[in-house]
Write a protein that binds this ligand. Structure first.
Ligand code: NZQ
Ligand code: ZN
Length: 387
């Protein structure tokens, strides 16, 4: 196990009615609040009204319309608002896109240059306004990590930036706020949680028993509770387990002592930068193809462990057969959840940019679990064109 420092400064308020803590949390910083949210789901489900009613003393400056795959232009707007209105605290209410964009706004509020520089060079982030969030979608883990992923369509780049200053000060995670999430976003969010877990689980660091069992527990929770949440959107236990899974999959607990570059995320980020597709749908499409592509004598034992611990497929005797069956089950699970499982289904009907995209992705895959070059990425993308 590698050395690590366990330091997660975010306070997490988990469960029903935890929003009651919001006034006290905001009061720790002041009265001028930048309230950020997305395309209006918080107005439709009543959360917006709840929040305004809880904070009557505050001066609320609003930034609405943060887009899925949040854009640098929106971050620039938010940073400007923080500076013009001398904001005390940023309150982000929404899914990963709203929270990610708000993290970078909070950092950019304390920076003199263009916010895109903070995305390209995380070391430039030396300070940030405090950020409090109310999570409404279980997926990214942004509620308890230091990352924010921003897209610049002008340069066809989608990049994650990261800084200790961008950890949320507090996150309110009430699973009832996810009752209104559509079946499609519920399935996609779960695919994201599972992908984060896979990216960390498939590593060459073998003696990490605790991290591995935690990862398998998260995957088991996703496999058990996603079908329930799809059938019964207001099933509290299903929503609660998915929400906690989203946090645990990417707050460091499964990766401390391991580390190492990821594979499907860098490829997906290029797909999103070119085609603006839903992050987790891209991951669901890529993941089983990546797994099949990298199955070899060096990886088969770990895949057989995945088969046994997560899908109850005995691996004794024929680890390759167990591994292949587990990969098929992963594909089938996403398909059964209603996710599109080919690139043409999400509008990528030709391979005209595959070379370009693969070149961009491959530069980040040299040290991956199984290192991939440009041709490997093209092969994986080609495999995603057919069911
Ligand atoms: O914009 P609104 O109207 O709020 O609607 C959103 C959006 O259309 C809707 N939604 C959210 N909560 C809802 C709801 N609809 C009904 N009821 C609710 N309670 O869902 C749609 C998607 O929202 P979004 O925030 O884009 O989804 P998600 O949480 O999956 O975030 C995706 C973004 O996070 C990045 C992704 O790349 C992508 O840009 N990631 C961030 C990570 C991080 N910070 O650590 C890691 C991830 O790997 C990922 O890259
Ligand atoms: Zn992700």
């Amino acid at each position: 196990m590698k050395n690590f420092i366990y330091d997660i400064p975010t306070k997490l308020y988990f469960g029903k009615n935890q929003i009651e803590h919001l006034p006290n949390l905001i009061n720790e910083f002041g009265k001028k609040v930048l309230l950020t949210y997305g395309g209006g789901s918080i107005k439709r489900n009543g959360l917006y009204d709840t929040i305004l009613a809880l904070l009557p003393e505050c001066e609320m400056i609003e930034l609405a319309g943060i887009e899925p795959n949040p854009r640098i232009e929106t971050v620039r707007k938010g940073a400007e608002l923080c500076k013009t209105h001398d904001i005390d605290v940023v309150l982000a209410v929404g899914g990963g896109s709203t929270i990610d964009a708000s993290k970078v706004m909070a950092a950019a509020a304390k920076f003199d240059g263009d916010p895109w520089e903070l995305v390209k060079q995380p070391d430039l982030i030396q300070d940030a306004l405090p950020l409090i969030d109310v999570l409404t979608l279980s997926a990214t883990g942004t509620e308890m990590n230091a990352s924010g992923v921003i897209t610049n369509f002008a340069t066809k780049e989608k990049i994650g930036t990261r800084s200790y200053h961008m950890y949320p000060y507090a996150s309110i995670c009430d699973p009832t706020y996810t009752f209104s999430v559509s079946k499609h976003q519920t399935a996609a969010g779960t695919a994201d949680i599972m992908s984060h877990t896979f990216e960390i689980y498939f590593s060459h660091e073998e003696e990490v028993f605790i991290q591995d069992r935690l990862a398998e527990g998260i995957l088991n929770a996703c496999i058990h509770y996603l079908p329930i949440a799809l059938q019964e959107p207001e099933n509290y236990d299903a929503r609660a387990n998915l929400m906690w899974a989203s946090t645990l999959a990417l707050n460091g607990l499964t990766s401390f002592g391991k580390g190492g570059p990821w594979t499907c995320h860098p490829i997906e980020h290029v797909l999103s930068a070119y085609y603006d597709i839903t992050h987790a749908v891209g991951l669901a499409i890529l993941t089983p193809r990546w797994m099949a592509y990298i199955l070899n004598d060096q990886t088969v034992e770990r895949f057989a462990m995945y088969a046994e611990k997560v899908w109850n497929i005995p691996s004794a005797g024929d680890p390759y057969a167990a591994a292949r069956l587990a990969i098929d089950k992963t594909y089938q699970f996403f398909l059964d959840a209603g996710l599109p499982m080919t690139l043409p289904e999400v509008g990528i009907t030709s391979d005209e940019f595959f070379d370009e995209m693969a070149t961009a992705a491959a530069s980040r895959l040299e040290n991956a679990y199984v290192p991939l070059n440009k041709n490997d990425v093209v092969n994986i993308l080609q495999a995603c064109m057919e069911p």
